[in-house]
Design a protein around this ligand. Sequence first.
Ligand code: BGC
Length: 512
Amino acid sequence: MSILKGTLSFLGVFHIVCGELSQYSFPDNFQFGVSSSAYQIEGAWNEGGKGVSIWDHSLHSNPDYVLNKSNGDIACDSYHKWKEDIAMLKNLGVQFYRFSISWTRIIPLGYSGSKVNEEGVKYYNDLIDALLAEGIQPFVTIYHWDLPQTLENKGGWLNESIVEDFVYYAKTLFELYGDRVKRWITINEYLQICEYGYSSATLAPFLNLAGVGVYQCSHHALLAHGRVYRLYQNQFKASQKGEVGSVIQAFWCEPKTSSMDDQLAAEHYMQFNFGIYAHPIVYGNYPPIMMERIEALSDKQGFNKSRLPRFTEQQIEMIKGSFDFLGVNHYTTILCSFNDNLPQPSLDSDCGVEISQNSTWKGDSLWWLRHVPWGFRKLLVWIKKTYDNPKVIILEGGWSTDENDLNDVDRVQYYREYLSEMLKAIYEDGCSVIGYAAWSFLDAFEWNSGYTKKFGLIYVDFGSANRTRIPRKSFNEFRNIIRSNRIPNSSVHLEIYLPVFYIILCYLLKLI
Ligand code: BGC
């Protein structure tokens, strides 16, 4: 049995390295980066004049929200160790580093018009200057889930007044850092903020307003994004010459069977989970299928108007085309099947789709995360077709493990094969993808999973006071990819050695 296992794993490793990988080079000007976010890596939750965010507040008042009662109070301690981080980024060779700014470090009270915290300003000034000194472009996320608790106390993303608070915050950042930051992301992953934060109590602020909170939050977040995009266009673009976009998370949804129903279900899933944001940003309004279905269901359920708010004509004009690039986070593919009997009201029942995973696709650490590289290509082609081939930057993609393993061959395989499919989408399908950032630079606080799920190219020892960092095998692989500007074909070497391996194996098995 163990000989059989050994043989299979040998063949598995051989397949990993020798699988059919694209031989294209990355296009000229293609950029590589790595991503992180403030709450997940900075720590120092109450240092340097920082205010309290919804994550600080929720996890201090109810530690059970997260596995092992962990929180981001210290995380990777990047607030103190940023110089070490930059040295590692330099070693990795990335062209950009995507990080987020902690709203409460800059504006501790959160409110529009309230004071700016100089110590917080200095932290990001130092970080940005040091990155630029190493030739690494700062790619800044304005909001990655750490809302000031003061704003949550008045309803957070459910209260339209948050739009003014967000515009004030973003304007402050453009004024402070826009001379050096040339790429801005307004909001990271609207659906995760709104569905998981306000409709299914999985992420802060852990509210459960199913089928209602998700749409109110999304509506205000889209308005906030649109206003900030226009603000930059009107007041900063001419002098700062930067670009503004936002990031939408996208699973690829594969129909569970070839039935017409499941094919339609897959399209519905894409519209309700990706189109809900991309359609307004590109075309000005929600996807028609969403507006129709939610209005009809709301009526049946006794609401006197659709649970999906409406944009005014003026708002549609403001949001339409509010992107210089479309930021996409892509990790995996799921299966979709038609189901009109899901608990109501909810985003899923509005969509009429049940999702599941295919147990034959490789996966281990998170139920939803499977190794399906071809799904990435299908997603890119779908985006091209649905949104008229926008300029896309992939701002997250990665593989999680439960182990600390430095020899992370599965993550290596993930990047090699996903990047290979992306190259095919670029060269063979004509998709405009201009950059890719790995999630994540470091192992980090993985939200409700705490520190149990590891995505890092760099291992972090959370048991050590120093939060020791050690690069994994995937770090070297990613560096090789960046350096050679293609996916290095280690298969050449293996092919040479294959007969030797085979003879040794047969000898061990006493077959010859
Ligand atoms: C988020 C990250 C998160 C990652 C892995 C993305 O949805 O932007 O903050 O750590 O997924 O779950």
